[in-house]
Design a protein around this ligand. Structure first.
Ligand SMILES: [Cu+2]
Length: 214
């Protein structure tokens, strides 16, 4: 038993040496390859690596879900709600899905009797909103500064252009409308300028659409 144990021990230590030697050879060979590539001034290694990344990304993109539908005009109703669990201001719905090329008419309805709310969405990098609806009225609270509005709603945008706010109805039953067209697929965030910090935001998914032609 004693000698058997010794044999076993010797065997496993021999295996460890074999692995170490193979690792050393592999390490040296990769070092040599890197050294040769650098010393010859060639970037072919990097180029090959980038090409392979691009090919991999292209294959991932081609695997993304894509629709093939004629662009359409949709009407989506969005309402303000007091979330049951958090008792905080939220949109309903908090997600929307449309196709690239679709035009969306937003109807923003708000029965809050305390605070003003907006429906705001910017395209990435834009300095003004693609759409901003302002469900405010004289007497409603401004959550950001604790003040009370003493003028009719301002700063509305529809399809990227400033427009007169069409907010109508009274406090507890405000409604405003606007529209936009989405030509670039992606995920966009819409939010209320007053309450985004406490969770009043949502996401618009614009699906790639082979049926859309710019
Ligand atoms: Cu709000």
């Amino acid at each position: 038993m004693q000698s058997l144990r010794k044999t076993k021990r010797r065997g496993s230590s021999g295996a460890i040496w074999a692995v170490a030697i193979v690792a050393l050879i592999l390490g040296l060979s990769s070092f040599g390859y890197a050294y040769i590539a650098t010393s010859s001034g060639s970037n072919s290694g990097e180029v090959n690596s980038l090409s392979s990344s691009v090919a991999s990304l292209s294959s991932e993109l081609s695997g993304l879900h894509t629709v093939n539908m004629a662009p359409q005009t949709r009407t989506i109703w969005v309402t303000w709600q007091l979330n049951n669990g958090s008792v905080q201001d939220r949109f309903d719905p908090t997600t929307m899905v449309i196709n690239q090329g679709d035009t969306v008419n937003i109807v923003f309805q708000d029965n809050d009797t305390g605070d003003a709310h907006t429906f705001t969405l910017y395209l990435p990098g834009a300095s003004t909103p693609l759409i901003q609806l302002n469900d405010s009225a004289i007497g409603l609270d401004n959550f950001l500064n604790g003040g009370v509005f003493s003028q009719n709603p301002l700063n509305c945008y529809s399809n990227g252009s400033p427009t007169t706010c069409n907010t109508h109805g009274g406090i507890g039953n405000l409604k405003s409308t606007g529209s936009f067209t989405m030509t670039t697929p992606g995920v966009y965030r819409y939010y209320c300028v007053y309450h985004q910090s406490i969770g009043m935001f949502g996401f618009l998914l614009v699906e790639p659409n082979q049926g859309y032609h710019s």
